[in-house]
Structure formats: C-alpha cells, structure tokens
Design a protein around this ligand. Structure first.
Ligand SMILES: [Fe+2]
Length: 506
C-alpha cells in the first residue's frame, strides 16, 4: 500500500541494517513511499537472505501484492523442494485420439479427387446424424421429381450456393450424392428468412419444404446436425485443467512479465496456502495455439516484433515451458501465427526441430489443430479457431467479444470449418479432420484474443484469451482483447475460475 505519510530514507536504511540486509538507493526511494516497507524488506529476505535488495526486487514484490492473485491474503513462499503437491502424487489418465489429428497424414495434392473425397466424407458423416432426428423422414433428392406439387418433402442436402434474388428471396442450390434441387426462402416469411440468413455454403442440413414446380422447393424449416442434449460431465476427483492461448512470443505486445508470473504460479512458486492448494490440483495444461507471433503473418508485422528470428521465438517459448513442473501434462496445438507449420486447416503439430527439448520431455504433447485428447474421461477438443472469423462474418449476432457464441455455432454445425474458401485456407484432405465426429465434453479455442465461456448442451466451451495486448491491426478493427488470464476448469463440478495476471484486465 502507498503510504499517506512518507517514511524517511533513514528509517528504511536503519531497518535494513537491523536485518543485516544490503539495499540500493533506488530501492530505498521506492520503499519510502510504502507504509509496509518493513514487510517488503522481510519478504525479500525470506526468499533470499543473502540478497542485495534492488529496486526491481521491490517492484516485483509490490506487483505480487497488488495483483488479484496474491492480494487475497498473506503471501507464503513455498519451499517446493521439500513439499510434494497433490499433482505430484496423482497419476495422469489421458489418451490422444490420433485419428482426429492430421499430423503425419496429410496426403492432399489439391486435385479434383481430393476435393470430391473431402466433400463426400463430410456428407457421409453428417447425413446419418440428421437422419436420426425425430419426426424427420428424409428422402433422396432423386425422388423429388416423383413428388406431387404442394406436397411436404423432407431431405438432406449440402448447400452448394447461396444467393439473394433481386426481389429479396434467398435462393439455395442444394445437392446430395446423386441429385440436386433449388431451395427458396420467401422474403415475406420472416421466420424462415431469419433461419436461412445464417446458412453457410457447404453446410449439410436437413430441410422440411413444400414441393414447387420442377426442381424447386419452398423451404419451411431447417435442421442442423447439432449436439445431443447432455448434462455437463463431472468426476469425483478434484482435479483441474488450466487453459491458455495466443501467447505471441516475439511480439512487442507480448506480456512477458505477466506470462512469467503465470509460469511461476503454475509451478507453485508463489501465492498463499489457499492458492497453492488450488494450483496443486492442476494436473493438465492446454495451449490453444499462437505460441509465437511468427514472421510475415500480416503486413508490416516486422515493426511490431522484438524477436525477428523464428527459431529464437520458439527457443524463448521453450524456456518458459521448461519451468512447468513435470507432473503437469501439457497439450499444445498450433495457431495461424505458428508459421513453422502450414497456416491452412487442418494444421499439423509443431515439428520436432522446434522446441526439441520439450519434445524430448515426457509431459509435453504436441498435436495438430484440431485434435482431441481424452483427459480423465473428458473428451477434449482443441482447435485454434482459424475459422471463427468466417462464422462471425456470416452468422447474425456473432461478435469477437463473445467467442463462446461462435463456438456454439460450430458445435451446432458439427464442423469446425463450415465453408471451403471465404478467405479461410483449408486443405481438402480425403478425410475431413474438421468434422466434430466425437461429442466433446470440453471444447477449447483461441484466436479471438478474448475470453469466453459457456455450457452448450453439456459441452463446456472455453476461449482462453491471449497474452498479447492490443496490436495496431486490432486497434484499427476496434478489437479490445482480454490478456493475461488463465482460466481453470474444476473437473469435479465444471466450474471455471479466472486467474488473472495482468492488472488492467483483472
Ligand atoms: Fe493470436
């Protein structure tokens, strides 16, 4: 706390001398402004009795005390060497679902056959999901010409094209594996127009419609593949998963000090006993991409970099990660800034030549984006979120400040990339790795640089924000990020706790 009555330099110096401490002048000048100068000196010595007390040391102690994290109660420095934490005793239980990850399996040559396989795979997975819907009796589009005019028809189709007519109706070119038709949403039917506006090209949907002339149908209702309604999964064990994203090491806006503080926190290096108990329950850490800022990702990025060598960016990343205790399992996927892998979805894992030391450690798991791991029985879907801008631009009510809403739209569509193209780069693999084949219990994304949480039909959706303050580019777009937060999920009750390390966000 800043003192109302300034103490004198002599008082500070006398106290330091009494404690056999050496202290520099700048530290004294800082301490004379603090009522709690004695406490700060004692705490500094408690951590290192031989220490020469500097201005930086005092500043660090003040920051710790004033952050939400450590301001709760008296800080206790834990002697970890002699203390085993819960996570050290607990054996992790997880498996990585390799079949959901493109790493080492990218065979696309971008030929017509690849595109055909990609779209067929998508249709063949989503079509049976829609088929199961109650009260919905879809027939193949090839049977449409045998249906009488004005009769109700149900069918499942992929949206090949979406257009607005001159008179304001919405026209859709729809197709299944054998035939096609034209779907019309009438402009005076407000209810159907509201629904159809949010349809994106390449989606596979169920339609209830009325047969018109020739291959024309008037759309009356639309079904999305969606998630089933489930209860949020919990377990008896009080374990936590910590989530972070979009660290952007190498950027001038990377919050280095705050990120370092986060690493110390997860390591159990500071915080009161209550905080340490919380941290000791963290057995898993998920990182949803954009580990580094990369190079040449956006125009004039070079001016916003303080590390201009890509190898060095990952070396710095590794140096932070090495401070994470071995008893925490760390799952890492790339993002669009991680230009050591392709930017197009699905992205393979960060290759071994980067972060060599981490790859050699048993607790670091590098996976592609998207990928899935089953952690303590929780199917956990990780995706950086490259397509989220595409959804925000095409679905009403979406906003980068509410990334959880965009995530819900992806779950509803059972795909992480609804549309091929639309400024989104996608490699047409013969298997569509972007489909949400397994129903996740936890769904983590990043990319939006904004925190967001929700429970969508039993799926815990979480966007972890960022560790980078606002860039020039974001400023121009009016984006205000929420940096410096590490949300943790308590697996015993599904509760999300924000752990905040950056004062303006807290
Ligand atoms: Fe990012």
């Amino acid at each position: 706390m800043i003192g109302e009555n300034q103490v004198s330099p002599k008082q500070v110096l006398d106290f330091a001398t009494l404690k056999n401490a050496f202290i520099d002048l700048k530290a004294i000048n800082l301490l004379i402004q603090r009522d709690n100068f004695e406490e700060l000196i004692e705490e500094s010595l408690k951590e290192n009795p031989e220490e020469f007390i500097t201005e930086d040391r005092i500043k660090d102690l003040i920051i710790r005390k004033e952050t939400k994290l450590s301001g709760v109660s008296q800080e206790v420095i834990v002697e970890k060497s002699g203390k085993r934490l819960f996570r050290d005793e607990y054996s992790s239980k997880f498996r990585i679902l390799d079949e959901c990850d493109v790493t080492g399996k990218s065979y696309s040559e971008g030929k017509v056959g690849d595109f055909l396989s990609y779209f067929r795979d998508k249709f063949n997975f989503l079509e049976p999901l829609l088929h199961k819907r109650q009260g919905f009796e879809p027939k193949p589009l090839s049977r449409l010409d045998r249906t009488a005019k004005n009769k109700e028809v149900h069918f499942i189709a992929m949206v090949r094209e979406k257009q607005k007519s001159r008179s304001g109706h919405l026209i859709f070119k729809l197709e299944d594996l054998e035939a096609e038709c034209t779907g019309l949403a009438l402009k005076d039917d407000n209810k159907i127009m509201d629904i159809c506006r949010n349809i994106m090209p390449d989606e596979v949907l169920g339609f209830r419609a009325v047969k018109g002339n020739d291959d024309l149908v008037i759309i009356k209702d639309v079904l999305w593949p969606d998630m089933p309604n489930r209860k949020l999964k919990t377990i008896n064990e009080q374990l936590s998963i910590a989530c972070i994203s979009d660290i952007h090491i190498g950027s001038k806006m990377f919050l280095e000090k705050e990120f370092s503080k986060f690493i110390s926190w997860i390591d159990g290096d500071y915080g009161d006993e209550k905080e340490l108990e919380k941290v000791s329950r963290i057995k898993y850490l998920l990182i949803a991409g954009d580990l580094c800022d990369g190079i040449g990702v956006y125009p004039d990025q070079i001016n916003e970099l303080n590390i201009k060598d890509i190898n060095e960016q990952y070396e710095v990343f590794a140096s932070f990660m090495k401070r994470i205790p071995e008893s925490i399992e760390v799952f890492i996927i790339p993002g669009n800034h991680d230009c050591v892998v392709r930017r197009a979805d699905p992205q393979p894992a960060i290759p071994k030549e980067f972060c060599k030391e981490l790859h050699a450690l048993g607790n670091f798991h590098f996976m592609g984006s998207p990928s899935m791991a089953e952690i303590e029985g929780f199917k956990t879907l990780l995706y950086h979120g490259n397509s989220m801008h595409q959804v925000n631009a095409n679905v009403s009510g979406m906003d980068f400040k509410r990334p959880e809403k965009t995530m819900e739209e992806l779950l509803k569509r059972r795909t992480l990339v609804p549309t091929y193209g639309m400024r989104h780069t996608l490699v047409p693999e013969r298997k569509d790795y972007l489909l949400i084949r397994e129903e996740p219990d936890i769904f983590l994304t990043g990319d939006m640089h904004h925190k967001g949480y929700s429970n969508y039909k039993g799926v815990l959706c979480l966007n972890a924000g960022t560790w980078q303050t606002v860039t020039k580019f974001q400023q121009e777009l009016g984006h205000v990020p929420t940096p410096g937060i590490c949300p943790t999920i308590d697996l015993s009750n599904g509760k999300i706790t924000e752990n905040c390390f950056y004062q303006p966000t807290c």
